[in-house]
Design a protein around this ligand. Sequence first.
Ligand SMILES: Nc1ncnc2c1ncn2[C@@H]1O[C@H](COP(=O)(O)OP(=O)(O)OP(=O)(O)O)[C@@H](O)[C@H]1O
Length: 249
Amino acid sequence: MVGLQLDRLTARYGSEEILREVTTPRFPGGQVVGLLGPNAAGKSTLFRRIFGLLKGGGAVCVDGAESSRPIVYMPQDTGANAALTVYESVLLARMQGRRLKVSDEDLDRVDATLAELGISEIAKRELGNLSGGQRQMVGAAQALVQQPEILLLDEPTAALDLNRQIGFLALLKRIARDRGMLILVALHDLGHALRFTDQAMLLQSGRLVDCGPTASVITSDTLWRVYGVKARIEPCSRGVPQLIVEMPD
Ligand SMILES: Nc1ncnc2c1ncn2[C@@H]1O[C@H](COP(=O)(O)OP(=O)(O)OP(=O)(O)O)[C@@H](O)[C@H]1O
């Protein structure tokens, strides 16, 4: 099964150093790993660096991959080519790096991905006419249809309503477990992170300040230190950890 480990990764924009020697343990396939941290902490930059869009020091170590291009990245803003339908855009994403000839398996995979994400009914709509949430789901479909071994998702739930946020994150957890995929997902909702991620990486000003099982990373102490928020974590009646935020004075 695939694994990913980051070894002293750095990245800069011009002369400004953004990532400062980010080193992690090996994350194995089958897990969902939350990438957490305040605005401008460097989450998107880390994804770009892992995916190879940015160069820098250190190493992205992938082991156990079966394909030559195991990583797929869904950026925060996936953009929209208005001339394409949803179906065409997802098929186009599927064909990236493959032979030009579309097979029945490719078409089946597009259908299955749209169905899995609950967006089959908008397959024939043009991208330019979609709502923000619909566009975000299509972006997720474009990423998942490629059947990556490692998937990097940058705030994939930011435009989704509560029902779809929960449905989508639960789906990610199932997909990771069932297909042995490693999913790294940047999230601002720490309650969702507690519920849906196995491990978490917490970034602050380009440094990894904590990494490990999510419940050990999201604590009253780190919330105060990193986010400046007073909060406590308590299990609900079903034992699921809940984040209870205190109002600022
Ligand atoms: N193309 C760029 N050129 C120069 N600086 C950039 C560029 N992209 C991002 N930055 C800077 O790098 C830092 C990290 O940005 P990044 O987008 O990685 O943060 P983030 O943790 O994803 O933030 P957010 O939660 O707000 O999306 C910020 O200070 C940002 O202004």
